[in-house]
Design a protein around this ligand. Structure first.
Ligand code: RIB
Ligand code: CA
Length: 313
């Protein structure tokens, strides 16, 4: 497949270990037009620094634009208990001279989508603050985006609370804007991402298969799996949340989706941040607004990940 055949992707993220792997996949399997950063797993200065570090590790010549330092309404909630103080704990980070292209991620998103009408996939793997602000700034984006693929939500369960997943719960108001925008929306929720785990056996394969970048990512995966084990009392393996949102665009045959109407709960005492999917299938329900990933070919997805990381220097 020539580069011209690859999908155009703008990646909005909050690196974060799994965001870092999403960058690696998008860097190889898409024309990655740019990376925009948002506060989420760690505060914005760190998510931005981590995006620049991943571009250095992967040797990507991709602009990084910093975005929103806080959610639309809620106070920022972070996830150092999984990603560590830096947001990318595990390997030693290389020193480099890279810097952000701008602090105007919203303007970059709007300009880039308008420059490629109908072609750009906006893949969002963090809280949806930047995406919501871009849609508010330029409502025409709902028509000119090829689509939006998010990691977020879950049918029906959450991870931060029984009902809410982290990316949605950090900024439910932003998610509400995105889910109501009437755009082609693909959702990799927890029920999908928890079908795809990477453990130490796979990270050892990655380390053995590649060079410096693969070794860096293998160390990220080892730290991430151990953190999940500690946090959730689960086997030491990390679910590849964010990479799935990229694969849904670059390798759509690896997932199966079902269309549902999904609403974002904003006010529930116990359910704020929940992605409320209408699974009833009855006539008269609200029209479907989301293609939710329900099945994942985890084995093939792992082979794509291993081969992709081995392809970097
Ligand atoms: O709930 C998982 C999501 O929250 C992932 O995107 C992870 O990186 C964190 O942002
Ligand atoms: Ca993320």
């Amino acid at each position: 497949m020539s580069t011209a055949d690859l999908p155009l992707i703008l990646l909005d993220c909050d690196p974060g270990h799994d965001d870092a792997l999403a960058i690696a996949l998008a860097g190889r399997h898409a024309r990655l037009l740019g990376i925009t950063t948002v506060a989420g797993n760690v505060p914005l200065p760190l998510t931005t620094a981590n995006a620049l570090t991943m571009c250095e590790v992967l040797g990507l010549d991709v602009p990084v634009h910093a975005g929103s330092p806080c959610p639309l309404v809620a106070p920022l909630r972070t996830a150092e208990f999984i990603h560590g103080a830096s947001g990318l704990e595990g390997p030693e980070h290389p020193r480099h001279g890279r810097s952000v292209a701008s602090h105007d991620a919203i303007g970059f998103i709007v300009d880039t989508v308008r420059a490629h009408p109908g072609q750009v996939w906006l893949v969002a793997t963090g809280p949806l603050t930047n995406v919501a602000l871009a849609l508010r700034t330029a409502p025409d984006l709902a028509e000119s985006l090829r689509g939006v693929s998010i990691m977020g939500g879950g049918i029906p369960w959450g991870n931060v609370t029984p009902a809410a997943e982290f990316n949605i719960l950090v900024d439910p108001e932003a998610a509400d804007v995105v889910f109501r925008a009437g755009l082609p929306l693909t959702m990799a929720g927890l029920d999908a991402t928890h079908q795809w785990f990477v453990d130490a056996v796979i990270s050892a394969r990655i380390r053995a298969a590649g060079g410096r970048a693969a070794a860096f990512c293998a160390s990220l995966l080892d730290y991430y799996g151990q953190a999940y084990g500690r946090a959730f009392g689960a086997p030491e393996a990390g679910p590849l949340h964010d990479p799935l949102a990229v694969l849904a665009v670059t390798h759509p045959s690896l997932v199966r989706t079902t269309a549902y109407h999904v609403a974002i709960e904003l006010t529930g005492t116990h359910t704020r941040g929940m992605t409320v999917a209408d699974l009833r299938g009855v006539p008269g329900g609200a029209p479907a607004n989301v293609e939710a990933i329900r099945e994942v070919d985890a084995a093939l997805s792992t082979e794509v990940l291993v081969a992709t990381l081995a392809s970097y220097d």
